[in-house]
Design a protein around this ligand. Structure first.
Ligand SMILES: C[S@@+](CC[C@H](N)C(=O)[O-])C[C@H]1O[C@@H](n2cnc3c(N)ncnc32)[C@H](O)[C@@H]1O
Length: 408
């Protein structure tokens, strides 16, 4: 049940979307629908501040589960900052501010604080919430934190990082037939949103054909056999066909977006954390209904039309596409592994002992949190970490225990 404020807000978002559909002669692309539902100024899920993060909110991210996550990310950042002789951090989409605070706290104890901790946050409401949270947790470090509502332009050395942001970028939804491609869009069916297909534009059809060829052709599977912990085992993609009616998504703006948010990094590392797969596993025939995932009060489902403006809408990340987006910008792919291996490589066991000290109860609590972060059935395999380096070369501890770059 929605409360009165939520119902009012959702009705306004619904009205905005319905107006957009009417103005476009009855049909808008799903990409446009997702963009408005999440980002419409003052109304979208991320711009209006309707969303709630953390244990009592719509969804729970790794930093919200445990400070261990931020501590491990901090250890990776510390290596990079040390190799550079200092520098800053830019976090994209900082949510409640918890990850920023945990990273700063651990970097302080490692003696490796960044000159600046920059936060690029699209939501004015979250920027304010992050400021309050950091002010309360670490007032002495607040003057190092600087917020941006668009990608900063002044160049810096250091680290760019984002946890669970890529999955919120709007995607095109398509339906594949042997002899044609359709784009799925949104229409009004009475007063409700409904799916409707149109012949895909030449650009969308071509993008899908390239995906099909890249995902299914040739030697898919080579080098992947036995890569169990990646969540990419059981590779059945060699020589597959998509059946008629196969539905999936891709993110056309990923290239332009990643370049805009990493453009100011002169030398250092970019760390991406999100749920997703390499392309040839993403577009397997059995994943024929796509990867849309919506969150409303800890309820995960695949209906983006519910509770307009009140629920998160996401799609899994095609990490091969992300690699294609980062490489032309002069970055070297330095690592790709599951979240579990990233956390093991950055010393989650050491962090547990160091945080808990002699306190057995604290250790048991942290061990429970670590299980959620590490276990394959929880977040350990679905979530991946990817690292890029520009202008420096150094071994990255988070990527030392598993190398899945060959799966991309
Ligand atoms: C799923 S939340 C993740 C929050 C946090 N990183 C965490 O892991 O808890 C997504 C965050 O990204 C922000 N965001 C979404 N799209 C963005 C964009 N295009 N640019 C910057 N921030 C964005 C949201 O406002 C929110 O803070």
């Amino acid at each position: 049940m929605l409360n009165a404020d939520e119902a009012r807000h959702s009705a306004r978002v619904h009205e905005l979307l319905a107006g957009e559909i009417a103005a476009a002669a009855g049909w808008i692309s799903f990409e446009r629908f997702m963009e408005l539902a999440l980002y419409a100024p003052g109304l979208g899920y991320y711009s209006a501040g309707a969303h709630k993060l953390g244990l009592g909110g719509d969804f729970t991210t790794a930093p919200e589960i445990s400070q261990l996550y931020g501590a491990c990310v901090a250890r990776q950042c510390a290596d990079v900052l040390r190799a550079l002789g200092g520098g800053s951090i830019l976090e994209i989409g900082a949510g409640s501010g918890r990850l920023a605070a945990d990273i700063l706290a651990r970097l302080e104890s490692l003696g490796q604080l960044p000159a600046e901790y920059r936060i690029l946050e699209i939501s004015a409401d979250l920027r304010e919430r992050q400021r309050r949270y950091l002010e309360q947790r670490m007032p002495h470090l607040l003057d190092r934190v600087r917020w941006f509502d668009r990608p900063p332009e002044d160049r810096f050395d250091g680290v760019v990082l984002a946890n669970e942001v890529l999955d919120a970028l709007p995607v095109v939804r398509f339906r594949w037939y042997r002899d044609r491609v359709e784009e799925l869009g949104v229409v009004m069916d009475e007063a409700r949103f409904g799916w409707a297909a149109r012949p895909a534009s030449a650009a969308v059809a071509e993008a899908c054909r390239r995906l099909y060829a890249a995902a299914g052709a040739g030697d898919a599977g080579a080098g992947v056999a036995g890569a169990g912990p990646a969540g990419v085992a059981g590779d059945t993609s060699a020589g597959f066909e998509w059946d008629d009616g196969y539905v999936s998504e891709y993110c056309p703006r990923l290239g332009a977006w990643t370049q805009s948010v990493t453009g100011s990094l002169r030398a250092g590392a970019v760390l991406w954390f999100d749920y997703g797969l390499p392309r040839r596993h993403y577009y397997l025939p059995e994943r024929h209904e796509g990867t849309l995932l919506c969150h409303f009060r800890q309820w995960a489902h695949d209906d983006p039309f519910l509770n307009a403006g009140l629920q998160d809408i996401t799609a899994w990340v095609d990490f091969t596409r992300l690699a294609e987006a980062c490489r032309p910008a002069g970055f070297e792919l330095a690592g790709f592994c599951t979240q579990a291996f990233f956390l093991a490589g950055t010393g989650i066991d050491h962090e547990m002992r160091s945080i808990a000290g002699e306190d057995g109860n604290a250790f048991a609590r942290l061990a429970n949190q670590a299980r959620q972060l590490l276990l394959p059935g929880e977040m350990g395999e679905r979530f991946k970490a990817m690292a890029w380096l520009r202008g420096i070369a150094l071994p990255l501890c988070g990527f030392a225990l598993q190398d899945l770059r060959h799966t991309l």
